[in-house]
Design a binder for this molecule. Structure first.
Ligand code: GSH
Length: 201
């Protein structure tokens, strides 16, 4: 199976951690979404990563669907099956992914819009979503079980990416989340290699 990804992408990092945890071998292929290469657009018309191309050529996206596939292939190594533990893990994943969605829009506003076209009130709205989400996540992580779930990987991907893109934000404003990430790094040593990182130039 081939995974189109980029090193900084938090959604790709979540999927790569999930594959590692579930013992699923994937070939990783770096791709530049800005360039909209044919191989990416053919696999995912939305032009987003991560995208998984299976050995028979079938494609799977987005990150939640890829992780659900890995969980099924591994006999549910990552997603609790009982209703309440499942609700907790899945909702934590939704919170973490949603925070990334909001913060990414604020990054794209600067990356893709000329300065005179930027609309600060809209950026501020995204940042409010992210801040409310982070405050909620501080409580939600307390509900996560000891065993690693998809919720853990989503939170670790978000925190690794936010630490890289918004230096000081997590460490300075959300010490409980920063401490949680330190514990996660101990529990999941592969994080050092799989966390979001700047692309090699
Ligand atoms: N809901 C999607 C979001 C994926 C996403 O936003 N990926 C970003 C990179 S982190 C991307 O491909 N951006 C390029 C674009 O939006 O054109 C998922 O969970 O996979």
């Amino acid at each position: 199976m081939r995974l189109y990804y980029s090193a900084p992408s938090p959604f790709a990092a979540k999927v790569r951690m999930a594959a590692s945890h579930c013992g699923i071998a994937i070939e990783t292929v770096p791709v530049d979404t800005t360039a909209e290469p044919d191989e990416l657009i053919t696999a995912n018309p939305l032009g987003k990563i991560p995208v998984l191309v299976m050995d028979d050529g079938a494609t799977v996206y987005d990150s939640r669907v890829i992780c659900a596939l890995f969980d099924r292939l591994s006999g549910n190594q990552m997603v609790p099956q009982a209703i309440e533990p499942w609700r907790i893990a899945a909702t934590v994943e939704a919170t973490a992914d949603g925070i990334v969605d909001a913060l990414i829009l604020s990054v794209y506003e600067v990356r893709y819009r000329p300065e005179d076209k930027r609309h600060q009130p809209w950026v501020d709205k995204q940042l409010r979503k992210a801040d409310r989400g982070l405050a909620t996540l501080e409580q939600q992580i307390l509900e996560l079980p000891e065993n690693l779930t998809i919720g853990h990987f989503a939170v670790a991907a978000l925190l690794g990416w936010a630490t890289m893109r918004f230096p000081g934000k997590i460490e300075g404003e959300r010490p409980q989340l920063a401490a949680w990430l330190q514990r996660f790094e101990q529990q999941f040593p592969a994080y050092a290699d799989l966390k979001p990182s700047m692309p090699a130039s």
